[in-house]
Design a binder for this molecule. Sequence first.
Ligand code: AMP
Length: 277
Amino acid sequence: MEVVKTISEVRAIRQKLNGAVGFVPTMGYLHQGHLTLVKQARIENSAIIVSIYVNPTQFGPKEDFAAYPRDLDRDLGLLWGVGADIVFVPSDAEMYPPGFSSWVDVEKVTERLEGASRPGHFRGVATVVAKLFYIVQPTRAYFGQKDAQQVAVIKRMVADLNMGIEIVVVPTVRESDGLAMSSRNIYLNPEERQAATILFKALSVAKQLWQGGERDAEKIRRQMTALIQKEPLAQIDYVSIADAETLEELNSIERPAVASLAVRIGKTRLIDNMPLE
Ligand code: AMP
């Protein structure tokens, strides 16, 4: 496994690779969710490139950029264990040199949910992912269903800008009690960690209602909301039943949909979702 810090090193290695290249962009502090993406990429490609970069431009001024957990040595050990070939660990100066002023702005699908709660977030995400795609030039790139709106944004960008990269979506990896694995779970104290199971419980209610034939989205949103409100440590940011592709809120669920939510548990903001399709 090679660990490289500069764009020119990645380009030089990439030029020598034959066959399909799988790419997994991450912000590090890796867990089984990330490693599942790498393992799937390992099966489907002849070389695997993983990036570890906590991208400052996708964090708002009041968000957790400085506090975001980082442990490069541990991450590299885990990536070695699942057979990554190249790990790209750029610095901020490498990604955003002085004078940087070009941005990728994906419209519409970014307006709701995470986009509404975190202004500028998806501009940062789309810009850094576009840059990484141009640098790595992968055949396929792997993203987690955990970040459903991010997947929708990246797919839109790849289609609109004719990037010609296959986007592979990997199901959400969960703890045994249903909590979606996330680098941010480390922020939760034991009491909050217990309360955080309310997200999966609410999504499970949505899935059960839908499987039972309920198609009235507002009824499902109401039941999810009522359940979460019973958890004293939880504060709802949003509860959504939306079109799986456009993320537009639905009245009636007649096409592939996604139940998603953002909930604050203490000071930690958690997101999760469940496809209804
Ligand atoms: P992050 O490091 O949080 O930017 O995540 C890097 C990639 O891993 C993104 O595509 C995430 O959607 C994905 N990911 C994060 N958590 C999970 C999870 N629990 N299950 C599956 N994929 C995940």
